[in-house]
Structures are given as C-alpha cells and as structure tokens.
Design a protein around this ligand. Structure first.
Ligand code: AP5
Length: 228
C-alpha cells in the first residue's frame, strides 16, 4: 500500500468477528502505519479507569455503541499524534454516518482523506462461532481462536507471552445485540463509501491467510485507482 500521500487513512469495516483486528495488526505492521482500533482504545480507557472508560463501560457491556461524540474526540485526538502523520489503518471506526462525516471533516481540515474503505464480509452465522471461541492477549490485544488460529501454548500470546482472556461482550446474547447494532448503524456507512466509489469488498469467510493475501492484492490495486 505504501501510503505515499500525507494523511491518508484506510478504513477496515466489517461486522463483529469479521476478522478486522486479526488482519489489521498484520497490515499495519506490513505498511508501517499505526493500527487505530476504537474498541482497543476504549478498552484501554476502561482499564485505566479514565472518565471516558467509565462512560463507555455500560454501552460496551450491553453491546451498544458508545455515543458518537466520545468516540470521535478519542479518534481525532489519536490521529493527531505524530505516528499517524503519514496515515493510519482505522479498525472499527467509523461505525455510524455521524462518525464518518466527523472523520472526513477532521481529515479535510489537515489536507487528508479517506483513501479506501475495505469491507470484510462474513455471514452472520459464522460470526457467533468465531467470537464464542476467541481469545485475546491482555497485553498486546492479539486475537486467537481456539480452533481456527490457536496460540502455540494454551492461553499464552505468541507475540509477547501475555496472558490470553475472553471478552465479556463475546457472550452469545451480547454478540447478537452487537450484530443487530452493526446492521442498523454501520451498514449505512458501508453504503456511503460504496456510493463514493471508495468501497472494496473482501470475502472474509476464507482461511486467515487467504483473506490476508486478498487484502494485500486489493490494497495494491486501489493504490492507483481510488478517486480523490
Ligand atoms: P470492537 O472491539 O471494535 O469489536 P467489534 O467490531 O465488535 O469487532 P471484534 O473485535 O469483535 O471483531 P474483529 O472483526 O476484530 O474480529 P477478530 O479479528 O478478533 O468494539 C467493541 C465495543 O466497543 C462495541 O460493541 C462498542 O460498544 C464499542 N465501540 C468500538 N468502536 C466504536 C465506535 N466506532 N463507535 C461506538 N462504539 C464503539 O476475529 C474474531 C475471531 O475470529 C478471532 O478468534 C479470530 O482468531 C477468528 N478469525 C479471524 N479471521 C478468521 C478467518 N478468516 N477464519 C477463521 N477464524 C477467523
């Protein structure tokens, strides 16, 4: 992708469990840009007990979205940090049309833009199965799956030896709520980028390595072809 232009961001859109985090970590490393995940940032705030973290907690536990204003400020602040000056990979943001508009306004003010929105598509029934057996690293947030992507040692992160845990909002009933919220609030965002000619669809219902290769190829192609 070699994000040559200043301040271009790539969006990774998809339902809960679509594999955004799994792929984003790899892509960000490959291209040397920060992986900015709204869910990870919110969980960090919760762990630190900040006011934002406390405000976000009830929404996250229920599977609802955290109010736009809180999330937008958090992301705009993150994108203003030095390491994002040459672009970023956004994972899980924007999730509503309001967030999309706020992001585009903030980028425009500093001469940036959304370069492409990648939509990782996975059938709904697959999502529940993926999330029910997901394990995450407490330290570096790397994502594993008991069957599809197991760590080399049980409950230990391959990357940093951190302890693995299961997210409270991966319980079946909360996942159903998260998927419903996604269909109502986030599909319109997908449609927006489609209408703008910036959407790239990827079939996420394939093995992790295949999805990774498809993403690399798609990003390569969009390098030349995305409208301003
Ligand atoms: P967030 O943390 O963003 O969760 P999410 O979008 O629901 O996404 P996930 O992290 O659950 O899934 P993923 O797509 O990253 O899947 P992963 O790669 O881990 O948000 C959590 C909460 O925070 C929200 O509910 C909301 O309250 C709040 N929030 C966050 N952002 C917000 C925003 N912008 N506005 C308002 N509120 C916000 O993969 C899942 C599993 O599948 C893993 O086990 C993995 O190993 C496995 N897997 C991955 N790919 C494959 C594959 N190809 N084949 C087989 N298994 C695979």
């Amino acid at each position: 992708m070699g994000l040559h232009s200043h301040d271009e961001v790539v969006l990774l859109l998809g339902a809960p469990g679509a594999g955004k985090g799994t792929q984003a970590r790899f892509l960000a490393q490959t291209f040397g840009i920060p992986h900015v995940a709204s869910g990870d940032l919110l969980r960090e705030h919760r762990a630190r007990g900040t006011r934002l973290g406390q405000a976000a907690q009830t929404y996250m536990d229920r599977g609802d979205l955290v109010p736009d204003l809180l999330v937008v400020d958090m992301i705009v602040e993150r994108l203003s940090q030095a390491d994002a000056a040459r672009g970023a990979l956004l994972d899980g943001f924007p999730r509503t049309l309001t967030q999309a508009q706020a992001l585009e306004d903030a980028l425009r003010k500093r001469g940036g833009r959304v370069r492409v929105a990648i939509y990782v598509q996975v059938p709904t029934e697959v999502l529940v199965e993926r999330l029910a057996d997901r394990w995450l690293c407490k330290a570096c947030q790397a994502s594993y799956h008991a069957r599809f992507n197991p760590p080399a040692r049980p409950r230990v992160c391959d990357h940093c030896d951190g302890e693995l845990y299961q997210r409270a909002d991966d319980k079946r009933e909360v996942v159903s709520k998260r998927v419903a919220v996604y269909l109502k609030e986030t599909l319109p965002v997908v449609e927006r980028y489609e209408a703008l000619g910036k959407l790239c669809r990827i079939d996420g219902d394939k093995p992790i390595q295949t999805v990774r290769e498809d993403l690399l190829e798609a990003l390569d192609q969009t390098q030349q072809a995305v409208p301003a």
